[in-house]
Write a protein that binds this ligand. Structure first.
Ligand SMILES: NC(=O)c1ccc[n+]([C@@H]2O[C@H](COP(=O)([O-])OP(=O)(O)OC[C@H]3O[C@@H](n4cnc5c(N)ncnc54)[C@H](O)[C@@H]3O)[C@@H](O)[C@H]2O)c1
Length: 255
């Protein structure tokens, strides 16, 4: 399906990663003006170079810091006069660990990036959208934000919080023309997943076989299957969906 984002200003965090990079390319192809953020300056510059002619604004920054969001939104508004879509996608996971072996610093990092990062993003994006009486925000949670994830408790807790933030904000802004949703993917082959598989018992290949054999579709997601949903959820055509947490897990949480 093709969506038209011509002249819409689209902000993406975690833009240099698996979903983010592909989302940037697809939104650019659909005509969007991009504002891109990531912690990784090198990969962000590579991404900008790959998006020839798109005039993307890129900002290296940490989403757990309020200043990052202040800068991103003010650059979007100063350059283009508006902010139409925000994909709050930056996130971090941790190594598979029992709760009793999870250190406080890991828990704090999960909350700082995955929860405070989304909270601060919306805090700065919403006033810009409110001035226009329009906008769409999509926060990237996880299937681990819908069901528990043994050995990933800190990540799962943080991703549950993303859904609480998204639904609450959706209620606050529904009458102001701003839609706020979350997506809950599972197991798509990005840096995040390959990093986790490498650390698992027996190595990545054996871990992949174990996980995939428990998935109804017997395969991981392709990143483009998640990114296509992003384009649809934020599109003007999808005008009545707000406060929703859409699961994209190949049936994993259904059975
Ligand atoms: N890949 C999966 O299977 C999967 C499943 C469920 C949810 N998710 C979620 O999808 C989102 C994107 O992950 P991905 O799979 O593309 O992983 P990824 O590791 O490829 O990309 C994440 C990006 O976020 C950036 N980032 C990390 N911390 C940051 C910070 N503090 N400030 C700014 N940028 C930061 C990283 O540099 C990286 O480019 C994450 O929120 C992740 O939790 C992924």
């Amino acid at each position: 399906m093709q969506f038209d984002y011509k002249d819409q200003v689209v902000l993406i965090t975690g833009a240099a990663g698996g979903f983010g990079r592909l989302a940037a390319a697809e939104f650019a192809r659909a005509g969007a003006k991009l504002v891109l953020c990531d912690l990784d300056a090198g990969r962000l510059e590579e991404l900008k170079a790959s998006l020839q002619g798109s005039n993307a604004i890129v900002e290296t920054g940490d989403v757990s810091q309020e200043e990052t969001h202040r800068r991103l939104v003010s650059r979007a508004v100063a350059t283009h006069g508006r902010l139409d879509v925000a994909i709050n996608n930056a996130g971090v996971a941790h190594a598979f660990t029992k709760i009793t072996d999870t250190d406080n610093a890991t828990m704090q990092q999960m909350l700082a990036v995955n929860v405070i990062g989304v909270f601060l993003a919306m805090k700065h994006q919403l006033p810009a959208m409110e001035r226009q009486n329009s906008g769409a925000i999509l926060n990237v949670s996880s299937v681990a934000g819908i069901v528990g994830a043994p050995l990933l408790a800190a990540y799962s807790a943080a991703k549950h919080a993303v859904i609480g933030l998204s639904k609450s904000a959706a209620g606050e802004y529904a009458r102001k023309g701003i839609r706020i949703n979350a997506i809950c993917p599972a197991f798509a082959k990005t840096h995040m997943l390959t990093g986790m598989l490498d650390q698992m018992r027996g190595g990545a290949e054996a871990a992949t076989q174990r996980i995939v054999s428990n998935m109804p579709m017997r395969r991981f997601a392709r990143p483009d299957e998640i990114v296509q949903a992003m384009l649809w959820i934020c599109s003007r055509e999808n005008s009545f969906m707000t406060g929703h947490a859409l699961v994209l897990d190949g049936g994993l949480s259904a059975v």
